[in-house]
Design a protein around this ligand. Structure first.
Ligand code: IPE
Ligand code: IPE
Ligand code: MG
Length: 259
């Protein structure tokens, strides 16, 4: 993993170029969320330790971020560590956090140059000090990014996020700051980590699993779901473009009827 290695990933092979053009021609989602799954299986298929799958997964992230910028998607969320992922062996958890610290150092400049603003969402205060420091630094350095906002869901669980919002609302109520009768969905959403952002139009999950695993349950109420058998370490811009083309072909009714 060397700095500046983004550049080479900008060169599209023919197929990729075609799918990019198709994706741009249709309706481009304002917010794409990714459940980056299948790292362990990717490694196991190769006789490697699971951790090598996570390392390879970082390369997919590196390839997909510029692709989102190319497409003109303004918001993206990547599910990197769930509140349930603490059930994994301590070494694997530690490896994931180390990888994040390493990524934040190696890719900071690149993210800044591309106008990418990075934020962590989740119970970040429960993470090891070195991880918190790396995130804080990365958030600060990229805060002026205007092309793409990337949420990294870290120690994130949707139920925890909703419960946290409810507790905060209860505190505000006790303090006489809010009128419960007037509390709207929009006001509730302002208590979530994604406050001020559009809901995900498209949620992509790799590796063939078809579930949400406690991801963006409130925000995803009307998201289009896209499942692919591709394992996260194999996921490349062309797969994103294909997902976006699929998305653009869908009819989102939001409970209404066809116009
Ligand atoms: C996703 O890959 C990465 C994280 C959850 C951190 P997995 O590690 O879940 O890979 P599989 O699902 O076991 O193949
Ligand atoms: C979801 O993947 C969490 C992340 C991608 C970070 P998991 O691999 O943890 O989900 P389950 O256990 O298969 O539902
Ligand atoms: Mg998994």
């Amino acid at each position: 993993m060397t700095e500046g290695s983004f550049q080479s990933r900008d060169s599209h092979d023919g197929d990729e170029e075609i799918w990019l053009r198709r994706a741009r021609a249709g309706s481009v989602p304002r917010h794409v969320a990714f459940i980056m799954d299948g790292n362990g299986r990717w490694a196991q298929k190769r006789g490697l330790p699971r951790t090598e799958g996570h390392r390879a997964g970082v390369e997919s992230l590196r390839a997909v971020i510029p692709a989102l910028v190319n497409l003109g998607v303004p918001f993206a969320t990547f599910y990197a560590f769930s509140t349930e992922n603490w059930k994994r062996p301590a070494e694997e958890v530690r490896f994931l956090f180390d990888l994040l610290v390493q990524y934040s150092k190696e890719d900071r400049r690149e993210l800044m140059e591309r106008g990418v603003k990075l934020r962590a969402i989740g119970q970040v205060d429960e993470l090891p000090r070195a991880v918190r420091a790396a995130i804080w630094e990365l958030e600060r350095e990229t805060s002026s990014g205007r092309n793409l906002t990337v949420n990294v869901a870290l120690n994130y669980g949707s139920r925890q996020e909703i419960l946290r919002a409810v507790k905060e609302i209860a505190r505000s109520f006790v303090g006489g700051e809010i009128d419960l009768e007037k509390l709207s969905e929009a006001q509730f959403a302002a208590y979530l980590y994604t406050a001020g952002q559009p809901d995900p139009d498209l949620i992509i999950r790799t590796s063939g699993e078809m579930r949400l695993s406690n991801f963006l349950l409130w925000q995803g109420a009307y998201s289009e779901l896209y499942f692919t058998e591709v394992l996260w370490p194999e996921f490349r811009p062309i797969h994103l473009y294909k997902a976006v083309v699929d998305y653009a072909g869908r009819r989102r009714r939001f409970g209404g009827i066809e116009a």
